[in-house]
Design a protein around this ligand. Structure first.
Ligand code: 3H9
Length: 709
């Protein structure tokens, strides 16, 4: 079936991109599209050409898979299609209905006129893939809307709805009716050709040119450093600078060169991996064609920070939530949290007052479990204690309608043990939200041994409705994220005991490697009591672990919430949440080290060693989780870490990073760590197997079935 459809109306050729799912302008599609454009160009009976798209959108841009293949001299790309448009003497109109992204929007920018239906969204999101718009976008957009506005638009990489795109000057018209009809009418009226490429004057002269050095130097300062997540951003700024300084053709050539460099770069490969890994998540073996249950009303047990955050997630998705919370003061705190959060959104202009009110009102508090009887899904978010949770589920099972799903928000406890107190283990699973639940994008879906395919399908549908990155985990201690963080924490603690101050470890992991925050700042945020409780529940995992958590717990240094943890916090300084170095804690580490006979070698520990010990601990445990089937795919682990723990996306997540470094190098380092630090560094068998053949995690197949711990 041809992916390009054509039809003629009164001398106007309508070219429809019809290449499901997103009309990606792949090399293959461009090879088909180019002769179609050339034929129209050569046809004397045709006065104008309208581009449009089938499948509910204009185009999702270039095919991202193509960037991993080397083009041959015969390969056709969007650039060739655009060149054919550029040299044509016909009028070209883009009739956009739905998304016009990346190369799709660049094709539209090469046209004389751009029209879009009001539901359309336009964007140049290449930066999110570690790329820049490479089919003329960096040269045409500045000529259309000005260098500064174009730079902002492309650096953000977010989409603009049609109304906003028209305001920015990207669209000529937002069309209320049929956009193709309107495009044909416009094209027939034979307005003058208006190629953006011809607009040199405004850009090359006067104020724009004079202001350029300032705009460019400011932009370079505002984006992250090249080696730490900003590689594409700096090149994008260079390309826009070229748009102002160089004639169109030379600017275009500069853009192509910069794009090719980025397409071959490690950060872009990592970000493309993250893009596809996200889209793999819901492909779960065993779900088959199970249809999700409709979830219209949700119950949440526990109105603490977690339960309230979960309720907000549902309110944002338009799903009513009833929260069971027996303590009045807690209900008051929860209401304040909801009110404060929505007020903030209204003040920032992100939400209309009326909508905020509606969402706030959709969360109802009660102290009566009977109010949950007609819920389709009930999530328990009470204290992390098995006995308490079992009591909650026994009660819920007796009250909530038989077809409903029961879920626990536990971060470490055994899902099957909870399911066992109910008569519906097939309708039981874990839904592990990350705090703050209404902000963090990650959701771990934990499959119990009896969880049915339909229950899983429902959980994924709920994850989608809540706009979460939902990742499946088997029921094993700590699931994916916390199981791995346990070993990461072990190494951070060990390094501190060897005399590396926590602030240095945090600084290396954040500023040098690119984590959103360092490990100790993260532990202070989540609470030392949480770490302590987890350690108590699994004494078997004490190997190689510092006693510092016990000491901090005894001292009631519970982290940010008590103003002291690994750091000090001072309410009068900035936001009050800035970690301040605390030498008392360093002294505590030194004391513990002395008791344990650990030699002090802080000065000789390099930044490289810090990065390796922390990230390789994640990789080794990740390999173990893959081998035992706790995680389905390396990409699932990567998504957990990128979205749940602030792992730098430009390194793709821990498992992708192992491939980036080379698995055999990771393996060699882990063996050396084992010899130096002890058997807790024993390399995971799967890592050994992959490393010995110099293979990649990315090439292993998804487990067919998740195992149950
Ligand atoms: C670019 O254009 C470079 C140019 O500047 C220069 C060139 C020289 N390619 O997200 P969904 C697949 S770079 C390949 O679930 P939705 C996706 O993997 C590109 N595949 O749907 C999935 O496959 P599967 C700049 C793509 O409705 C299926 O389509 N463009 C592409 O929620 C459905 O995807 C972008 O960055 C692609 N470009 O959202 C836009 N796009 O079914 C990237 C999608 O096998 N795309 N797929 O899992 C998106 O943002 C969203 O997919 C979109 C649809 C909003 C379009």
């Amino acid at each position: 079936m041809a992916s390009i459809k054509t039809a003629d109306r009164d001398g106007v050729r309508i070219i429809t991109l019809d290449h499901p799912p997103v009309n990606a302008l792949s090399f293959a599609l461009c090879a088909e599209l180019l002769p179609v454009v050339e034929t129209a160009n050569a046809d004397g009976a045709i006065t104008a050409v309208v581009f449009t798209g089938a499948n509910g959108l204009f185009s999702g841009g270039a095919d991202i898979n193509d960037f991993s293949t080397e083009p041959t001299p015969d390969t056709k790309t969007i650039r060739d299609v655009i060149a054919a448009v550029e040299k044509s003497d016909k009028i070209f109109v883009a009739a956009i209905d739905g998304n016009a992204l990346g190369g799709g929007l660049e094709l539209a920018l090469a046209c004389d006129y751009r029209l879009a239906s009001s539901r359309s969204k336009l964007g140049l999101p290449e930066i999110k893939l570690g790329l820049l718009p490479g089919a003329g976008g960096t040269q045409r957009l500045p000529r259309l809307i000005g260098a500064q506005a174009a730079l902002e638009f492309m650096l953000k990489g977010s989409t603009a709805d049609a109304e906003k795109a028209a305001k920015l000057g990207i669209l000529d018209e937002v069309v209320p009716g049929d956009v193709v009809d309107r495009a044909v009418t416009l094209a027939k009226a034979a307005p003058a050709k208006r190629r953006i490429s011809a607009r040199q004057a405004e850009l090359g002269k006067g104020l724009v040119r004079m202001a350029l050095p300032f705009v460019v130097s400011q932009a370079h300062k505002m984006v992250p450093p090249e080696e730490n997540g900003g590689y594409a951003a700096h090149k994008l700024i260079d390309a826009v600078e070229a748009a102002v300084e160089l004639p169109f053709a030379r600017g275009l050539a500069r853009e192509t060169r910069l794009f090719e460099e980025l397409a071959r770069s490690a950060p872009s490969a990592a970000l493309r991996h993250v893009f596809f890994a996200e889209r793999e998540l819901a492909k779960v073996p065993g779900i088959g064609d199970a249809q999700p249950l409709a979830v219209k009303k949700v119950g949440i047990v526990g109105g603490g920070t977690m339960g309230t955050g979960i309720a907000i997630c549902f309110a944002d998705a338009g799903i009513a939530a009833t929260v069971i919370e027996p303590v009045d003061e807690q209900v008051e705190r929860a209401k304040q949290m909801i009110f404060g959060m929505y007020m903030h959104q209204v003040q920032r202009g992100r939400l209309a007052q009326e909508e905020a009110w509606k969402r706030g009102q959709s969360i109802v508090f009660s102290d009566d479990y009977n109010d949950l009887a007609d819920c389709d899904l009930v999530i328990e978010a009470v204290f992390e204690n098995m006995d308490v949770k079992k009591q909650v589920f026994t009660k819920l099972d007796a009250i909530v309608k038989p077809g409903a799903i029961l879920a626990s928000n536990t971060s470490t406890l055994d899902i099957d043990a909870m399911a066992a107190v109910t008569k519906r283990p097939e309708k039981f699973l874990g839904l592990h939200f990350f705090a703050p639940a209404n902000i963090m994008q990650l959701l771990e879906i934990v499959r119990g041994k009896d969880t049915s395919p339909q229950t899983l399908a429902t959980a994924f549908a709920v994850g989608k409705a809540l706009r979460k990155k939902a990742v499946l985990s088997a029921n094993a201690f700590g699931f994916i994220g916390n199981r791995m963080i346990f070993d990461y924490a072990r190494e951070a603690g060990a390094l501190a005991e060897e005399g590396v101050p926590p602030y240095r470890i945090d600084s290396v992991m954040k500023k040098t490697f690119g984590f959103a925050m360092g490990p100790f700042a993260m532990f202070d945020l989540s609470g030392i009591d949480v770490s302590w409780h987890i350690q108590q529940s699994v004494p078997a995992m004490a190997a190689g672990r510092t006693k510092i958590v016990d000491r901090l717990y005894e001292l009631k240094r519970l982290g940010q919430k008590t103003g002291k943890g690994y750091y000090k916090y001072d309410k009068s300084v900035g936001s009050g949440r800035e970690p301040i170095r605390d030498e008392d804690v360093e002294a505590l580490f030194a004391e513990e080290a002395k008791k344990a006979g650990i030699a002090q070698r802080g000065d000789e520990v390099t930044d490289d060693e810090i990065i390796k010990r922390l990230t390789y601990a994640l990789i080794n445990t990740g390999a173990m989780l893959l081998e035992t089937g706790v995680a389905l795919r390396p990409g699932d682990i990567d998504i957990v870490y990128v979205y749940g723990y602030g792992f730098p996306p430009h390194h793709g997540g821990p498992m992708w990073y192992a491939d980036e470094v080379g698995t055999r190098h990771v393996y060699a380092a882990i063996k050396a760590f084992r010899d130096a630090f002890g058997p807790h560094w024993e390399p995971a068998p799967l890592l050994i197997e992959i490393a010995e053949r110099d293979g990649k995690f990315a090439n292993i197949k998804a487990k067919e079935q998740l195992v149950h711990a």
